[in-house]
Write a protein that binds this ligand. Structure first.
Ligand code: UT7
Length: 311
């Protein structure tokens, strides 16, 4: 079995910034409420003309360059999104055309905010068996188009963006060391899309606090590692209070947890890769570091990975 790791990674976030103060002008909310309850200060919102597949493309082409390969080297494209341009053709197929990834198979993965974890772990199987050499995994959302801008319970939380990673073989001991994936359909009623996103915030909050902590511990145990071994925690960026609970469960100091929720809000499937890119750009992740990534979302779904950084 080959080890599967990240060969290249990149992000795209829209230019347009919507601050809490901007939201105060259009709904009954306050900067103080949003900051203290969620940690969010601003979010990026894509222009009408910038659809999900376009954001995916802008992140993907940079990730491919970062991996030092070309689009024609890709064997498979997996796009995690709950906001595709349309039901089909999938965003993955649109991306395949746009990138010119002629030999790649392509499909979307629908697992809400845990989508990037589902994508990475699916990619890992193809790499480890040797079936494929390069799998492009994209987490991308245009949540602004399914947000009810009259519902303050949800409208203040979400943002748009994309993160993309090329998964491929890495040396033994590097890459994905262990994973956990899970789902609980009985909780589907707490977070779903009708025309717009509908959420029972308190129920999702309780689930998330429990699951993020448990899944993080589980992947460490599966890899034969302990909390003390963790160099960096990259949690799904939904709410700073949920993220803090996961960090405390791992006994990590503040500086060992990635925090981008204040800048981007909750970008669902894109939040983990966007955060990983930000930490890499800030020079905070070194070769050989142990990273725990953990996400949860509507479905309910969850996923976690223990990853040794490097090739
Ligand atoms: O990726 C997964 C997606 N979802 C999540 O991760 C969401 C998880 N849940 C949460 O993050 C939190 O539950 C929220 C941030 C959504 C809400 O925070 P909370 O501390 O659980 O607040 P709450 O639901 O208990 O609401 C407290 C009050 C309510 O007023 P009353 O009924 O107590 O009078 C809400 O109406 O805050 C009110 N409220 C707001 N006030 C100002 C709700 N949204 C807002 C708002 N501005 N935007």
């Amino acid at each position: 079995m080959k080890a599967a790791g990240i060969l290249g990674i990149a992000k795209y976030t829209p230019e347009k910034i919507v601050t809490n103060a901007d939201l105060e002008k259009i709904m009954d909310t306050s900067d103080e409420w949003i900051r203290t309850r969620t940690g969010i200060e601003e979010r990026r919102i894509a222009e009408d003309s910038m659809d999900t597949s376009h954001m995916a493309f802008l992140a993907a082409e940079k990730a491919i360059a970062n991996a030092n390969i070309t689009a024609e080297d890709l064997d498979l494209i997996l796009v995690a999104t709950v906001t595709p341009d349309q039901p089909f053709p999938t965003v993955a197929c649109m991306l395949q055309e746009r990138l010119g990834a002629k030999k790649a198979a392509a499909m979307d993965i629908s697992a809400a905010c845990a989508g990037f974890m589902y994508g990475m772990i699916t990619a890992k199987q193809f790499i480890e068996t040797g079936a494929y050499k390069h799998v492009l995994v994209v987490g991308v959302e245009k949540l602004s188009k399914v947000t009810d801008w009259n519902d303050r319970n949800t409208a203040v939380l979400f943002g748009d963006g994309a993160g993309a990673a090329v998964i491929g073989p890495v040396s033994e001991g590097k890459g994905i060391l262990s994973f956990e994936l899970g789902a609980d359909g009985t909780g589907g009623k707490h977070l779903y899309q009708d025309e717009y996103i509908i959420m029972n915030g308190r129920e999702v909050f309780k689930f998330a606090v429990r699951q993020m902590g448990e899944s993080s511990i589980n992947v460490l145990e599966k890899a034969g590692l302990s909390k003390e071994d963790v160099d960096f925690l990259i949690p799904h960026q939904a709410n700073i209070r949920i993220m803090e609970a996961a960090r405390e469960r791992l006994n990590l100091p503040v500086e060992k947890m990635s925090k981008t929720v204040h800048k981007y809000g909750n970008t669902s499937a894109a939040s983990i890769p966007i955060s990983l890119v930000e930490e890499l750009e800030a020079g905070k992740i070194k070769d050989g570091d142990l990273i725990v990534m953990v996400g949860f979302g509507g479905g309910l779904t969850w996923g976690a990975i223990a990853l040794r950084w490097g090739r």
